[in-house]
Ligand binder design. Structure first.
Ligand SMILES: [Zn+2]
Length: 253
């Protein structure tokens, strides 16, 4: 079963690559089928095997020899590994279904933001609506508590904090970041949204300094903040309560 879950994750990952490539160009993610971006030759089924095709073809297009970015198999592997992680932690139930969709959409946002410094509204909306559906389903089917005030509080705290930064930084923080952190606040609620923001700024600061020191980026270059928000969010989503508990009771005593 685990192998099946992993392969399923890689296949979905292959579709995520299509989304990352096409959504910023406003192209359909369904038609036409996948083709080489250089020579436009439509790919056959054996060119589309996740990861394996890349290995067999030694990272080049079969038709024109153009280099294929190793990011394609990396995204496939990443999604496969995350699905495996979810399967081991949650089994195959509503939780798996919910988390796998959220994480996959976030992978798409992650790479689109790195490539284009934009966070498509449509994708944030998908995450937001998907979470509302999950909260309603959990309430009626799993009898989980529904603390709407807490979710709205999380949304407000995240969004207001970022709007302040948006104003203070004179637009250095994008509108997409504000919407994304608002959605994260709604998903996590209080107090986990605070951890999300703390982790994201820590990580963003550390990585930015690293990129500047090693001259991968120059001072004026834009650095997408979405990826840091997403990493902070996922840590808070899966381990948020443990980390906060540990901090309050072990560190502060
Ligand atoms: Zn080609």
């Amino acid at each position: 079963m685990a192998l099946f879950i992993f392969l399923f994750g890689c296949i979905i990952g292959s579709f995520l690559n299509v989304c990352i490539y096409r959504i910023p160009q406003n192209k359909s993610i369904a038609f036409p089928g996948s083709h080489c971006p250089k020579c436009s030759t439509p790919l056959k089924w054996f060119d589309l095997l996740p990861v394996l095709s890349f290995v067999f073809l030694k990272g080049r297009c079969r038709y024109c020899g153009e280099r294929i970015s190793p990011r394609y198999p990396a995204v496939e592997l990443l999604n496969g590994i995350i699905y495996l992680f979810l399967y081991y932690n949650f089994g195959l139930g509503i939780d798996f279904f919910y988390y796998s969709q959220i994480v996959s959409v976030l992978i798409v946002i992650f790479f689109i933001d790195i490539d284009h410094q934009i966070i498509p509204n449509s994708l944030v909306l998908v995450v937001f609506l998907w979470d509302i559906v999950f909260k309603i389903v959990s309430y009626f089917i799993l009898n989980e508590p529904l603390s709407i005030l807490n979710y709205l509080g999380g949304l407000a705290v995240g969004a207001v904090f970022f709007i302040l930064i948006f104003i203070l930084s004179k637009g250095g923080m994008g509108g997409g970041d504000i919407k994304l952190i608002g959605a994260f606040g709604f998903i996590l609620g209080m107090p986990r949204i605070l951890l999300n923001m703390f982790l994201s700024f820590m990580l963003g600061g550390i990585i930015s300094i690293f990129l500047l020191i090693f001259k991968i980026k120059k001072r004026k270059d834009p650095i997408a903040f979405g990826p840091f928000l997403i990493i902070g969010f996922l840590i808070s989503l899966f381990w948020g309560y443990e980390i906060i508990y540990w901090y309050l009771y072990k560190v502060l005593g």
